[in-house]
Design a protein around this ligand. Sequence first.
Ligand code: SF4
Length: 348
Amino acid sequence: MKTSEGIKALGLISGGLDSTLAAKVLMEQGIEVHGLNFSTGFCSNDQRRALGRAGEEPHRLRNEALRAGADLGIEVEIVPVEKDYFGIVVNPKFGHGAHMNPCIDCRIFMLKKAKDRMDQVGGHFLFTGEVLGQRPMSQHLAALQTIEKEAGLEGLLLRPLSAHHLPETIPEKKGWVDRARLLAIAGRSRRGQLALAQTFQIAEFPQPSGGCCSLTDDTFSRRLRDVLDHQVPFEPGTQDPVLLKVGRHFRVSHQVKLVVGRDETENQFLERLRRGRWCFEVPDAGSPLVLVQGEPDDELRKLIAAIAARYSSRRSERLVEVQASKDERSEMIRVAPAADTFLEQCRI
Ligand code: SF4
């Protein structure tokens, strides 16, 4: 007999279709659902918001987990975990995926935190929108089982969308959840989820999750690897992941790299970070702001000035005056704009 009354489930809600459907399937059975969303610092929408680009489409800036919570009529708690999370990005026990994404460790990390929260609020079990076989690294059967075990959740983690392909969980055995009303979705096709969305009249959802994680992005991952390779110890602050999204990046020595703003929004963002750092720009011209990380010597300052000149509106002039400044210090450097072949050598 099903006894869902008074049963509370906590779930990882990304705002994507799968976690929304998983929540809905349980809500349809009368389970009280509480959403959790862990803010890692690597969500593209959060990073776009921090950058504050004018004219960005609103749906690319909003917090999808909160939007999904509002649509479902449930509370979704945003839990900041940036500092703790960074450790698993740098050194994941189960390795990275195709880029810097530590998907298995990421799921374990979040589920452990979710378990703590479940214990605090008196929840009965956890659920996710994971679908067996949908994602190559973290959703094959062995990975799902590893994640559950490593998170200390054996039997207490329900994946409603793929439940019929997985062993019966404690909530099903105890009759809190009716297994017959759970699903047997598996594989990479989204057909099953889209049909279910239609049944539940869920019309609004973003692209499949993973697309919103910067750690799956090639350029972002290359830049993050470069930072880890060169700036040891790397101190993660909330601005750092956003900085990896902004501008063109060049490494000119082991200790020194620079970020060249590509437009007004990026220049303004870099401007906010200039305190205590060298900045280069071409006065009285269309010029990027060039923010330097590390301490460049005289030779490197000339080189950076050449890069600033190359991206200014004076790029076709033989010699360009570039202003280099750091806090109270300021100097003018006269250089020829950098050649494209050189830029390609040091671009990150
Ligand atoms: S794509 Fe990103 S957020 Fe999703 S599981 Fe992998 S690392 Fe975590």
